[in-house]
Design a protein around this ligand. Structure first.
Ligand SMILES: *[C@@H]1O[C@H](CO)[C@@H](O)[C@H](O)[C@H]1NC(C)=O
Ligand SMILES: *[C@@H]1O[C@H](CO)[C@@H](O)[C@H](O)[C@H]1NC(C)=O
Length: 273
């Protein structure tokens, strides 16, 4: 008896640690808004639930996704799907209907499914996120001029730009961070961040990196450039005049967002079923 208590305590602790693990933390945080109706008893009829799965889906912009609306209603009416997305194919089975949603371009879309069972209507919601991880994050070799480094970082083929944060770091230290929330375009884009950095003597010969990060409603996506060492590269005299005029007009930061080409990839569109 005396030895059983610590043992059960040990198991309890293990169970608590496993159950409260943080591996699912980020995903779990997302699951707040959309969810199916809970199976609650309603008057005389049997508990009735509606589910739309997956609750969260991430697709590349222009891609497609299948959502499955199911319920435990023995004789459901035809479910109704409410969405701004374009509907594609549909598959039906006992108690479920699976819908294909095409050409997802909005960074976030809510889809709702309504099922009516014996006069009672319940609904479930899914959220679809469209994003494209940068194809590349490239930091140009820094150029030193008048004691300042020009740091230029290119983030290519990225979406949605408005949720991107580009950060320049020297080692663990943040040199500069820029949130691009004012860009609301609905296409893939190339982003160039230019920053004039007044480096201290201890910064020379240190590796500098550029980081692109999304926070899409809790879904975190990160990409980084290869490190570039701060060498004492000085501009040639001809390019100097032009460079300093353009820099003077920029107040330190230049941000260029290239309009992306029309993103037609019907053929490569993902159609998981
Ligand atoms: C849809 O969900 C139901 C119930 O969970 C399942 O039985 C069915 O196989 C699913 N259909 C598809 C196409 O995934
Ligand atoms: C974006 O960058 C890529 C790679 O550098 C290039 O091929 C493409 O043409 C650029 N697109 C735009 C719209 O600037």
């Amino acid at each position: 008896m005396g030895s059983l208590l610590p043992l059960s305590l040990f198991f309890w602790l293990v169970a608590a640690c496993l159950g409260g693990g943080s591996a699912r933390g980020r995903r779990a945080e997302r699951v707040q808004g959309p969810r199916g109706s809970p199976p609650t008893p309603s008057g005389t009829s049997a508990p009735f639930w509606v589910r739309l799965s997956p609750e969260f889906a991430a697709v590349p912009p222009g891609g497609s996704v299948w959502l499955n609306c199911s319920s435990n209603c023995p004789l459901p009416e035809e479910p109704r799907l409410r969405t701004r997305l374009r509907l594609g194919q549909k598959r039906t089975g006992p108690g479920w209907v699976s819908y294909q949603l095409l050409d997802v371009r909005a960074w976030s879309s809510d889809v709702r499914c309504f099922v009516t069972c014996a006069g009672e209507t319940r609904e479930a919601t899914s959220r679809i996120t469209a994003y494209k991880r940068p194809r590349s994050v490239i930091l140009d070799p820094p150029v030193l001029e008048d004691g300042k480094y020009t740091l230029r970082c290119h983030v290519t083929h990225v979406f949605p730009v408005g949720f991107l944060v580009v950060t320049l770091r020297r080692g663990g230290r943040v040199i500069h961070s820029e949130s691009l929330e004012r860009y609301t375009g609905l296409d893939l884009a190339n982003v160039t961040l230019t920053y004039l950095w007044h480096a201290g003597p201890r910064d020379h010969w240190q590796p500098v990196t550029c980081h692109a990060r999304f926070n899409l409603d809790g879904l975190i996506v990160r990409s980084s450039s290869a490190p570039v060492t701060l060498a004492l590269l000085v501009r040639s005299p001809e390019s100097k005049v032009l460079a300093s005029t353009s820099i003077a007009a920029l107040v330190g930061i230049l941000l260029a967002v290239g309009a992306a080409y029309l993103y037609k990839r019907r053929t490569t569109t993902q159609t998981q079923s």
